[in-house]
Design a protein around this ligand. Structure first.
Ligand code: HEM
Length: 459
């Protein structure tokens, strides 16, 4: 007997369905659906049927299904006007051709270099802060993460020369993100987007040509993409180099900035745990000490805090696919043509997997509790399966470095006591958050570390 389609959540309006509520407060809608119907239910966004699936087993099916049956390209099609046919926005064959290129960028020896670049950039930012003051954390971290991305992806020379203009153009692209309107309507925001793309092409063309002529001179993403020949032995064409660069900037900066800012905020809101973090920094990487891979892997309390933020405040809080065939989820059949979504908002807060799930409790990831190991698909802030985030280690390393360096250099205090979540089309982040900072005096004492650094690196 054919299984039924998922039950509809209450509150659907004629014509609009749940679209207005989804726009206004999607966590509330998803929570209500889960309370009414459990792990598989339906919402309606105007005439689009959407199935929401929650719980590690359903999340597993979602992530392990093939692109042919549960397609990732279609629901994100609106991003194509910004990035072109790149990564999972490209047809599947093209995606498979591009994927090794991107994986190459995150190889271990590359990552070691990027971690050094991250430290230089974050240290330069800290040096420029003066001895005390106030800052708006969310935007400040946003610019810092742009600096890191610019220096790692474009390289310091190019970033210094064109970085600011590049990010301004990027903002014009970003403002034109629109999942509803056809991307070629004659609207000012789409016109600006196209102008920005043309300007980016003009800026990057001579740079790419110079890089092609000097394959050994630079060490950054841009050079690695250019040096990598395609499977056919031909160099990667200019348009793809440009598209990959811009797409990686997008994938990597607002997401990381949001979670980095939340990490700092939640640590300040939990002084007991912060004390553990400060003690750890003092022992492993006190002021002036370079964080090499051996020290990095000893910053456990920061790593667990970063993971707890992935659970509580994932930047990408809802992931989508389109069913290309009928697909079963538990007792239900999701018909071809439906949108399928997973939602960290509930999926990360199931009491069966996470003890007191609403609490900030990074020790849940310590080896004796290891709540994230209970099910491979219980924690999925970086997705899972084929499309799992390629930049996960990059992002986690960056958030660790920002947290360690900032807290070892400054005493911090939250002026905005209770920041809220701001949800955007790209990534969620904290609302405006003012913090007060004062340089630590004296600097943390340098301990005997020569023989202390041990362990294997997961950088
Ligand atoms: C905290 C920061 C980040 C978060 C929360 C995050 C989250 C995610 C998620 C959830 C996905 C899967 C999307 C889906 O299945 O629908 C993804 C994919 C991806 N991310 Fe990230 N990401 C972060 C940082 C980065 C960085 C720094 C980069 C690169 C510089 C990056 C590059 C990518 C790429 C290339 C993919 C596509 C993988 C594929 O389809 O093969 N991300 N990310």
């Amino acid at each position: 007997m054919t299984k039924p389609t998922p039950p509809l959540v209450s509150g659907a309006l004629p014509v609009l369905g749940h679209a207005a509520e989804f726009q206004r407060n999607r966590p509330r809608l998803i929570r209500r659906g889960f309370e009414e119907h459990g792990g598989v239910f339906a919402i309606k966004l105007a005439n689009q049927n959407v199935a929401v699936v929650i719980g590690p087993e359903h999340q597993k099916t979602f992530f392990l299904e093939t692109d042919g049956r549960l397609n990732i390209q279609e629901p994100y099609h609106f991003l194509q006007a910004m990035f072109g046919e790149v990564l999972f926005l490209a047809p599947h064959d093209e995606y498979l051709r591009q994927r090794p290129l991107v994986q190459e960028l995150f190889k271990r020896e590359k990552m070691l270099h990027y971690v050094d670049v991250m430290q230089e950039v974050v240290q330069a930012w800290l040096d420029g802060l003066g001895d005390s003051g106030e800052m708006e954390l969310t935007s400040e971290i946003g610019v810092l993460v742009q600096e890191v991305a610019g220096n790692c992806f474009l390289g310091p020379e190019v970033h210094q020369a064109i970085g600011r203009e590049f990010w301004d153009l990027y903002a014009d692209l970003s403002r034109a993100l629109d999942p509803l309107l056809p991307p070629n309507l004659p609207l000012p925001k789409f016109h600006k987007r196209d102008k920005a793309k043309t300007r980016m092409t003009d800026i990057l063309r001579p740079i790419i040509a110079e890089r092609r002529a000097n394959p050994d001179k630079y060490n950054d993403f841009l050079q690695d993409i250019i040096n990598k020949a395609g499977q056919d032995g031909q160099p990667v064409d200019e348009e793809l180099v440009r598209n990959l660069l811009v797409a990686l900037m997008f994938a990597g900066h607002e997401t990381t900035a949001g979670q980095a800012a939340w990490t700092i905020i939640l640590l300040l809101q939990h002084p007991g745990y912060l004390h553990k973090v400060l003690t750890e920094i003092d022992e492993v990487a006190p002021a002036g000490v370079h964080i090499d891979p051996k020290r990095m892997v000893q910053l456990d309390h920061i790593a667990w805090a970063v993971r707890e933020i992935e659970r509580l405040h994932p930047s990408a809080d809802m992931l989508m696919r389109v069913a290309k065939e009928d697909i079963e989820f538990g007792d239900y059949l999701i018909p071809a043509g439906w949108l399928v979504q997973v939602a960290q908002e509930i999926g990360h807060k199931l009491p069966a997997y996470f003890d007191q799930p609403e609490q900030f409790d990074p020790l849940r990831f310590s080896p004796d509790r290891a709540e994230d190991k209970q099910h491979r698909f219980g924690l999925f802030g970086f997705g899972g399966g084929t499309h799992k985030c390629s930049g996960m280690n990059f992002a986690n390393n960056e958030m660790t470095i920002i947290t360690a360096l900032l807290f070892r250099e400054f005493e911090l205090e939250l002026v905005t006591k209770n920041p809220q979540i701001e949800r955007g089309l790209g990534a969620s982040r904290p609302s405006e958050t003012v913090i007060r900072y004062r340089r630590r005096k004296p600097a943390l004492v340098e301990p005997e570390l020569a023989s202390a650094a041990q362990g294997t690196s997961n950088i």
